[in-house]
Design a protein around this ligand. Structure first.
Ligand code: MRU
Length: 359
């Protein structure tokens, strides 16, 4: 079997007429690569979490717009612009919480709108370059987050993570896992604890899979065990990813993250959010302005069981994300350094550095 770490989570096929994803609904049982070239299939791939994780869905959407633009039979400038806008809106409506999706699609549609009067075939090379740049930047950004995150770790540390902010949530490396992979390269011998992450089990199916594939000392726990492992003194730091960070530092991430953060605070364990600047949304003032996706109740009652595990007709509340209050967060590990409270000020500095570096 191929090693999952050697395959990009999202890529173009050789002919560049389809986007190739690792179908994450099939992991860890089998590694299945899926080629997509229709808008409806791309929408469903995001909605059904075949491709998932904030940065990965941003890259996927950008590559999808390139493939769809290449294949569509609309040459006339105004018609093409209208079609492009409509298709971006359609893909963007697949999931509401992760800002990377709208962030990537906005860049793509801004490009097409700037090129007023140009035909589809004349803009296509630039659509391609931008989509590939969004992909390449994701790889560089995760690597940089890994390097800054590594400065927070020590040999033999115990690290807890929630959901999957790993390579499967980005193109390579991951965000929360990037410091862990770098630490492994340097012989730190970390002990990593993964929350299984109910109801869709991204921690069990994905994080545990990729970390064990990398030979990292990994222990899987149920979500309700994180308090115990923290109290036992087994955890030195918590690293998680994020789907949208508000301007004040409130952070939407996978459901259950805020509980981990509250317990970490109780035991004085630093809680870090690994955040590409593409996930920091300065247009969203605070966590209460973040739209939280609610998903199908079947995910809770029966989806992962051989037989239904809840009575028919029971009311189910199934939010996919929660918001961790900023005062529970020790710092944000970005590709430009670590932002600490007060976050409005430190984010402004991070974005100043980003502008100075011209990205
Ligand atoms: O519903 P998912 O699996 O897409 O949720 C993913 C998460 O919550 C991740 O932690 C987040 O997207 C960060 S990924 C680097």
């Amino acid at each position: 079997m191929q090693n999952i770490l050697d395959i990009d989570t999202v890529a173009l096929n050789k002919e560049e007429d389809a986007v190739v994803i690792i179908d994450q609904t099939r992991l860890p049982g089998e590694i299945v690569l899926k080629e997509l070239n229709k808008a409806e299939d791309m929408f469903n791939a995001i909605y059904l979490l075949e491709v998932r994780g904030a940065p990965a869905i941003g890259v996927f959407a950008a590559l999808s717009m390139y493939v769809l633009s290449k294949e569509v039979n609309i040459e006339e400038p105004e018609d093409f612009r209208r079609w492009f806008e409509r298709t971006c809106e359609y893909l963007n409506s697949s999931r509401p919480t992760a800002v990377n999706l709208s962030w990537a699609l906005k860049q793509m549609s801004d490009l097409v709108f700037e090129k007023e009067g140009l035909k589809r075939s004349e803009i296509l090379p630039e659509i391609r370059s931008l989509a590939l740049k969004i992909r390449d930047d994701d790889i560089k950004v995760c690597r940089a987050i890994g390097e800054y995150g590594l400065t927070l770790l020590h040999k033999g540390d115990g690290v807890l993570t929630h959901c999957n902010a790993g390579k499967l949530a980005t193109v390579r490396y991951g965000t929360a896992t990037a410091p862990i992979y770098l630490a492994e390269e340097k012989g730190y011998h970390l002990r990593v604890f993964c929350d299984e992450t109910r109801p869709l089990l991204q921690g069990a199916r994905l994080t545990a899979f990729e970390l064990t594939s990398a030979g990292i000392d990994t222990t899987l726990i149920c979500d309700d065990m994180s308090g115990l492992v923290m109290k036992n003194g087994w955890i030195n730091a918590v690293f998680v990813g994020c789907d949208r960070v508000a301007a004040n530092g409130d952070t939407a991430n996978k459901i259950g993250t805020s509980v981990v953060a509250a317990v970490a605070k109780r035991y004085d364990i630093p809680f870090y959010v690994c955040a590409p600047t593409s996930t920091i949304d300065m247009n969203t003032p605070s966590g209460s302005d973040i739209v939280i996706e609610e998903r199908n109740p079947d995910e809770v009652t029966k989806m992962w069981y051989k037989e239904r595990m809840a009575p028919e007709g029971v009311k189910v509340f199934n939010p996919a994300f929660d918001v961790t209050d900023h005062d529970l967060i020790k710092g944000f590990v970005t590709e430009y350094g670590i932002a600490r409270a007060p976050f409005e000020k430190s984010f402004a500095e991070i974005f100043r550095i980003k502008k100075e570096k011209g990205r």
